[in-house]
Design a protein around this ligand. Structure first.
Ligand code: PGA
Length: 252
C-alpha cells in the first residue's frame, strides 16, 4: 500500500543555526511521540549534511529542494544529485512552481533532473499544479497531465516507483487560500487515473500523491481524510516544530 507522507519544504528560510535548532526540536518531538506517517524535511543545501547527522533517519527522512540538471563538472554554483545523496539525503523536490516560474525550469530541464536524481538513488517529490488563471479557465486537468507527460512519464514502471507526486495549485501556495478538500480530492483522483492509464492500476494505487498549498494543522485532517490525498507538502507551516507536528498528528 502507498505511504502516507508529510514533507516540509523550508524554501529559502533559516540560516544554518536556525535550521539545526528546528531539526533538533523536531527530532526530539517525533522520538517522544512517533508519527503515524513518513515524515520528510527538505532543506536548503547548506543544511543537509548537518541535519543528516542530527535526525534519526528511521523517523525523519531528509531531502533537498532542488538539484542540478548536469551530472558533474564546470557548472559554478550548482549542486549535483550525487552531492545531495552524499549528505545522507534520501529525497529531492523537483518541479516546484517557484523553480519553474522564477528560474525558468522547463519540462525538459526537469526531465534531466529527475533522471539524475533517480540514477543517484534519490526519491523525487515531483510537483505539479495549475495557476489561478488556468483554474479559472477550468484547465487544471490538462495542466497537471501535461506536467506529468513532460517530465516523468518517460520513466519505466520501476523508476516511477521512486516518484512521489505533490499536487500544489499555485494559487494556494503561501497565499492562505487552500483548495477545498473536495477540489483537492477531485484532482488527486484524476492524477491517479492518469497514472493508471500510463502505468496500470497497481502503480497508481502505490503512488503517494501529496497536497500542497497553505496546508496547516487546522485543515490537514479534512484534506488527509480524502481517499486520494496521501499527505502534504508543507511550506510555511513546516518552519515551526509545533505547527509541523500539528500536521503530522493529523494522521493520528
Ligand atoms: P505553503 O507552501 O505551505 O507555504 O503554501 C507549500 C509549498 O510551496 O510547497
Amino acid at each position: 500500500m502507498r505511504k502516507k507522507i508529510v514533507a516540509g519544504n523550508w524554501k529559502m528560510n533559516k540560516n544554518l543555526q536556525e535550521g539545526i535548532e528546528l531539526a533538533k526540536e523536531l527530532n526530539e518531538a517525533l522520538s517522544a511521540d512517533k508519527p503515524n506517517c513518513d515524515v520528510v524535511i527538505c532543506t536548503p543545501f547548506i543544511h543537509l549534511a548537518k541535519v543528516s547527522e542530527i535526525i534519526d533517519h528511521e523517523t525523519i527522512g531528509l531531502g533537498a529542494e532542488n538539484c542540478a540538471d548536469k551530472q558533474k563538472g564546470a557548472y559554478t554554483g550548482e549542486v549535483s544529485a550525487e552531492m545531495v545523496k552524499s549528505t545522507g539525503a534520501e529525497y529531492v523536490i523537483l518541479g516546484h512552481s517557484e523553480r519553474r516560474e522564477y528560474y525558468n525550469e522547463t519540462p525538459e530541464i526537469l526531465k534531466e533532473k529527475v533522471l539524475l536524481a533517480l540514477e543517484n538513488g534519490l526519491k523525487v517529490i515531483f510537483c505539479i499544479g495549475e495557476s489561478l488563471e488556468q483554474r479559472e479557465k477550468n484547465q487544471q486537468n490538462e495542466v497537471v497531465k501535461a506536467e506529468l507527460e513532460g517530465s516523468v512519464f518517460n520513466l519505466s514502471k520501476e523508476e516511477f516507483a521512486n516518484i512521489v507526486i505533490a499536487y500544489e495549485p499555485i494559487w494556494a501556495i503561501g497565499t492562505g487560500k487552500t483548495a477545498t478538500s473536495e477540489q483537492a480530492e477531485e484532482i488527486h483522483a484524476y492524477i491517479r487515473s492518469v497514472i493508471e492509464e500510463k502505468y496500470g492500476k497497481e502503480t497508481a494505487e502505490n503512488t503517494s500523491i501529496l497536497y500542497g498549498g497553505s496546508c496547516k494543522a487546522s485543515n490537514a485532517p479534512e484534506l488527509f481524510a480524502k481517499p486520494d490525498i496521501d499527505g502534504g507538502l508543507i511550506g510555511g507551516a513546516s518552519l515551526k516544530c509545533a505547527d509541523f507536528k500539528g500536521i503530522i498528528d493529523a494522521w493520528k
